[in-house]
Design a protein around this ligand. Structure first.
Ligand code: PGA
Length: 257
């Protein structure tokens, strides 16, 4: 099966809606059609930028895809401050990051919250980007301990899903110690983790579903190292934080493999 690569920018809490316009215009100016054809290029922007980007992509016929960085799991209700998957879908959001380590760490998201969010995104026809990854402490314990931890996170998030649903997930393997540190996993370690993720998916959902799931590497990805990850058999994309904030660098990332 051929999996279409997916390169996603995770802007985190950066960029106002006016910054977002300038960024998207600059990016779109330098990314050529070939790049849009060979991969999905997603901007995961703050909620306050989404309507602006939706309007811009539409008006200027951009092939960029729109992503959010989180969602609540209920469709509506008395949940002050939350944003629902129905609201995201209404803005033509394609992808939603779920369970990013910063949300798990700073906002105490549990595996069960992550599971409910994942299911909500799938139910509303969007593509979740499910983030999983081990801490430095776990990695020091060895590759086996890291794989067990990551597979446990994957299984907790995907409990009870159908094979059809599972197939629509993008999994982002992001070792926490590599996020925003300038230190990245070796491509060999990332590939070996991606292979464990795919085999855990196969055991639960069957080989067709597992072969369809796209697996990204994330953690200090730049234009200088993306190719070494994209060359790996089980790696189908990247989730890019810091290096995605500059449209020129992000354009190089999407074209440097
Ligand atoms: P980074 O962040 O590229 O800055 O390491 C990745 C992420 O948090 O998704």
């Amino acid at each position: 099966m051929t999996r279409k690569p997916i390169i996603a920018a995770n802007w985190k809490m950066y960029k106002t809606h006016t910054d977002a316009i300038q960024y998207a215009q600059k990016l779109n100016y330098v990314v050529d059609e070939k790049q849009y054809q060979r991969s999905e290029i997603v901007l995961c922007a703050p909620f306050t930028d989404l309507r602006t980007l939706q309007t811009l992509f539409d008006a200027d016929h951009m092939f960029l895809r729109l992503g959010a960085q989180d969602t609540y799991w209920e469709d509506s209700g008395a949940y002050t401050g939350e944003v629902s998957p129905v609201m995201l879908r209404a803005l033509d959001v394609d992808n939603v990051i779920i369970g990013h380590s910063e949300r798990r760490q700073y906002f105490h998201e549990s595996d069960s919250d992550v599971h409910k969010k994942l299911l909500a995104v799938l139910t509303h026809g969007m593509g979740p980007i499910l983030c999983i990854g081990e801490s430095e402490e776990i990695r020091i314990g060895g590759a086996q301990a890291a794989q067990e931890f990551v597979v446990r996170q994957l299984l907790a998030a995907t409990v009870g899903l159908s094979a059809d649903q599972a197939q629509r997930i993008t999994v982002a393997y992001e070792p926490i110690w590599a996020i925003g540190t300038g230190e990245h996993a070796t491509p060999e370690d990332a590939q070996s983790m991606a292979a464990s993720i795919r085999s855990a998916l196969e055991a639960r959902f069957g080989s067709d579903a597992a072969e369809g799931v796209r697996i990204q590497y994330g953690g200090s990805v730049t234009s200088g190292n993306i190719e070494s990850f994209m060359n790996k058999k089980d790696i189908d994309g990247a989730l890019v934080g810091g290096a995605s904030l500059d449209p020129q660098e992000f354009a190089r990332i999407v074209s440097s493999w």
